[in-house]
Design a binder for this molecule. Structure first.
Ligand code: ADP
Length: 457
């Protein structure tokens, strides 16, 4: 039969991204939206649209019953969850499959396993991935924590098993601070995730964040599409991503990529996934796996020429992987800038009406965004309003094109992070690729101090 109508359980740029892949495949789309998103571009472009609730995400984009009803009413035969919202919700994936609707995502059991970081680490270790040294699973007893921490050496990182988005994590500099800081992290985790299970990890001083894109067919075949370097982060949130990483050799790419693809094949993993590592002194350390499409997937698309959403849809339709590992060729360099509606200096959100919009264009420039002049960015959701993805044959060429493209983007009516990206592109460390996950935060502190001393700078 095959998939013929996909319900997109998401909003904003990713809903449009999925819509575009579906339409290119001759598949119809169903947009679901909250009352706050009635005028959104993903709703305008979709073949069918269903309002599923009020602005609050809990009552709309996270509302299982409303989304399933919308799929039943419109006769959708598949659901794509995008990223965020319900994308890593195993229970929802179960419900979708129980309704004989294709879930464009991994098997629910794998979402469940990888969503629990303690389980994920165990599974990754058993599959032969290198781990960050740490506790053997969850620890709840403070004496045991002190023992483990002394063994791995301070500083250690206390992490919540259910953590996400950088929350429920605390760096513990020394033994006397272990108990109070772990208690803080537990309270934070309990409040945010309803689960205060913790584990301990060696805190790596100055690593890079390197992640591998994988695809599995669910029947024991898997491939990798190389790595992305997402080390430029603020509060553990990625700001700027590139592929390939400036520090990973082709030999390391294929060696580590081979290890992750073998692990996914052994699991009989289905669909798209990302295996995240920290990388320090030439060594990889697994931190977590994301069982979904990532925000930064377009940089991989740019250097492989593959449409990752198309591949996801094909796999959900029971087809084989469209390529073999040996057919995948990595060419050139790609960088993505996340453009948020926020103050580029204070990071305060800046929702509101777009008075004027002009999108960058030209060779090898891609903008994924639902913006248009007259659109009002609602205050209820994530502040990311656009992604600018630029490709070049070399990293230098890519950086030059990115600078040019950022200069062409005009978004009036709200504040955006474009000036932040323009400043980043003047920094020698960014230009040379010499940065770690600490770099951006440190630079922001220096910049804030310089601004305070001389507001003219
Ligand atoms: P989340 O699911 O909350 O995003 P991750 O495990 O992916 O949590 O970690 C998020 C970020 O936290 C990483 O990209 C890295 O910047 C930092 N981090 C995680 N584990 C460690 C560690 N062991 N040492 C140093 N930094 C870490």
């Amino acid at each position: 039969m095959g998939i013929s109508r996909i319900l997109i359980a998401n909003r904003g740029e990713i809903a449009l991204r999925i819509h575009r892949a579906a339409h290119e495949m001759g598949i119809e789309t169903v947009a679901v939206h909250s009352t706050a998103d009635a005028d959104a571009m993903h709703v305008r472009l979709a073949d069918h649209a269903v309002c599923i609730g009020p602005p609050s995400a809990a009552e709309s984009y996270l509302n299982h019953a409303a989304i399933i009803s919308a799929a039943e009413i419109t006769g959708a035969d598949a659901i794509h969850p995008g990223y965020g919202f319900l994308s890593e919700n195993a229970k929802f994936a179960d419900i979708v499959e129980a309704h004989d609707i294709a879930w464009i995502g991994p098997k629910p059991e794998h979402i469940r396993t990888m969503g629990d970081k303690v389980q994920a680490k165990k599974t990754a270790g058993a599959l032969g991935l290198p781990l960050v040294p740490g506790s053997d699973g969850a620890v709840s007893d403070f004496d045991e924590m002190r023992e483990v921490a002394a063994e791995i050496g301070y500083p250690v990182l206390a992490k919540a098993a259910s953590g996400g988005g950088g929350r429920g994590m605390k760096v513990i500099p020394s033994e006397d601070q272990l108990e109070p800081l772990v208690k803080q992290a537990m309270n934070e985790a309990k409040a945010a995730f309803g689960d205060d299970t913790m584990y301990l990890e060696k805190y790596l001083g100055n690593p890079r964040h390197i992640e591998f894109q994988v695809f599995g067919d669910g029947r024991g075949n898997a491939i990798h599409l190389g790595e992305r370097d997402c080390s430029l982060q603020r509060r553990h949130q990625k700001v700027f991503e590139e592929a390939p990483s400036p520090v990973i050799s082709q030999e390391d790419r294929m060696r580590m990529g081979g290890i992750v693809a073998d692990a996914m094949a052994a699991m009989e993993y289905r669909g798209a996934g990302t295996i995240e590592f920290l990388w320090e002194n030439g060594e990889f350390y697994f931190i977590e796996m994301n069982t979904r499409l990532q925000v930064e997937h377009p940089v991989t698309e740019a250097i492989t020429g593959m449409d990752l959403v198309r591949e996801q849809i094909r796999i959900a339709d029971g087809k084989d992987l469209s390529v073999k590992q040996e057919d995948i060729v990595f060419t050139g360099h790609a960088i993505e800038c996340r453009i948020n509606a926020e103050d580029p200096f204070t990071f305060a959100p800046s929702p509101g009406k777009i008075e004027y919009y002009h999108q960058a264009g030209g060779m090898h420039v891609r903008v994924d965004s639902g913006l248009y002049a007259g659109y009002t960015i609602p205050p209820y959701y994530d502040s990311m309003i656009a992604k600018l993805i630029v490709y070049g044959r070399t990293r230098e060429g890519c950086l030059m094109r990115l600078r040019r493209a950022l200069g062409e983007m005009v978004i009036q009516g709200v504040k955006t992070s474009i000036p932040l990206h323009q400043e980043l592109l003047k920094q020698p460390d960014v230009l040379s690729g010499n940065y770690t996950i600490k770099w951006l935060e440190e630079w922001l502190v220096t910049r804030a101090e310089a601004l305070a001393a001389d507001p003219e700078t």
